[in-house]
Ligand binder design. Structure first.
Ligand SMILES: *Cc1c(COP(=O)(O)O)cnc(C)c1O
Length: 394
């Protein structure tokens, strides 16, 4: 049997094919909307799905640039196939339209990305889909939320912004027992640290805007699934059209070549910053899945090989002190989004999660005092020095 390549090697090589015409070393941007058929018969076969090949850039597999990215990412996540999207939200929307019909029930992690929460709480009910938000860190809550018509369990782990973690293996098995499918938003962990499909999930999705692109310069999303599920998803993609831009696809291919190196450094820095914050007298609490006092540290240890670059913390003196801190940083940027090379700091209650109703935020732990940090790949001493000088100002 052929020896399986290691993750770092796949980051660099998977999906890359030498250009047979001109010998281009990197995957070209195929800036074309349509593709020429050799014959009427070939065109008919492609439309009938009897022959794989390119047809029109909206219709999967879109273009060879998109296909190279999809192939690379599927290999990295240990899945059969994948599909790229214009954004993480376009990816989530396509999954919902593929799986859920009027009268179906969806169970979702209660702490999810703000727009995911809004999509599930404002848009899906209007389509006749029943949605229950549950604290998925405890499987008993998921069992209690189950209904005969539960079609999907949607997990975000680690969750944005509280960094809570839920057990993908346990909940995927429960979903299977119930005839439901388990979908995981893997944006925070990336395939470098966590591979949801290998833990039993049916579908894994990521916002490429974050660590996949990795440089805060693009919007994109990606879904990894079985070839069987892709048949249905590809139809929704073709009919709705929220595909990734070509230049973005090319940038994601480039970003993925350094994913392993960046993630290692993000995580190393995040642990150092978390330990510094823990030791600082002005800091009330720190939440990072890699710290032994994280409530689901054992679950994280079971299903992740590292803990990522995201952390949350609370300052003594609540939101007022937190605002002073965020207004006093110099090296860190006060900005939403995450997974950039530089360190980003933001306030979820007034920014990324302002769309979540206040009483829900309070209940799930998105408190007014919570500060979210996306730790970059700078020298950790400089990140810590910046936070230290800002903490002295409060
Ligand atoms: C940002 C984000 C999304 C949405 O992705 P976009 O690319 O911004 O549409 C979804 N889930 C998580 C966890 C995110 O952080």
């Amino acid at each position: 049997m052929e020896r399986k390549l290691k993750f770092a090697t796949e980051c660099v090589h998977a999906g890359e094919k030498p250009d047979p015409v001109f010998g281009a070393h990197t995957t070209p941007i195929f800036q074309t909307s349509t593709f020429i058929f050799n014959s009427v018969e070939q065109g008919a076969c492609r439309f009938a799905g009897e022959e794989t090949g390119y047809v029109y850039a909206r219709i999967p597999p879109n273009t060879p640039t998109h296909a190279a990215l999809s192939e690379k990412f599927a290999v990295l996540e240990g899945g059969e196939t994948s599909q790229t999207f214009a954004s993480g939200m376009a990816a989530i929307t396509a999954i919902m339209l593929t799986v859920l019909k009027q009268g179906d029930h969806l169970i979702s992690t209660d702490v999810v990305y703000g727009c995911t929460y809004s999509l599930f709480s404002e848009i899906l009910p209007g389509l006749g889909i029943d949605v229950t938000f549950a604290d998925t860190t405890d499987i008993e809550n998921v069992k209690r939320a189950l209904k005969p018509n539960t079609r999907m369990i949607f997990l975000e782990t680690p969750a944005n912004p509280t960094l809570s973690v839920c057990d993908i293996r346990e909940i995927s098995a429960l979903a299977r027992e119930q005839g439901a499918i388990c979908v995981v938003d893997n944006t925070f962990a990336t395939p470098y640290f966590q591979k949801p499909l290998l833990l039993g999930a049916d579908i894994s999705l990521s916002s490429c805007t974050k660590y996949i692109g990795g440089h805060a310069d693009l919007l994109g999303g990606i879904v990894v699934c079985s070839r069987e599920f892709m048949k249905s998803l590809a139809k929704v993609v073709g009919y709705t059209g929220g595909i990734m831009g070509l230049h973005e696809a090319w940038l994601c291919i480039r970003g993925l070549k350094t994913l392993h190196i960046r993630m290692e450094r993000h995580a190393e820095n995040a642990l150092k910053v978390a330990k510094f914050l823990e030791s600082h007298p002005a800091v009330e609490w720190v939440r990072y899945p890699g710290l032994p006092d994280h409530p689901q540290h054992e679950t994280a240890k079971k299903q992740m090989i590292g803990y990522g670059g995201m952390l949350a913390f609370g300052i003594k003196g609540g939101i007022e002190a937190g605002s002073k801190l965020m207004n006093s940083v110099r090296l860190c940027s006060l900005a939403v989004s995450l997974g950039a090379t530089d360190t980003l700091i933001q306030h979820p209650a007034s920014m990324t999660h302002a769309c979540v109703p206040e009483e829900v935020r309070g209940k799930v732990g998105i408190t007014d005092g919570l500060v979210r940090l996306s730790v970059g790949i700078e020298d950790p001493d400089d990140i810590i020095a910046d936070l230290k000088q800002a903490l002295e100002k409060i």
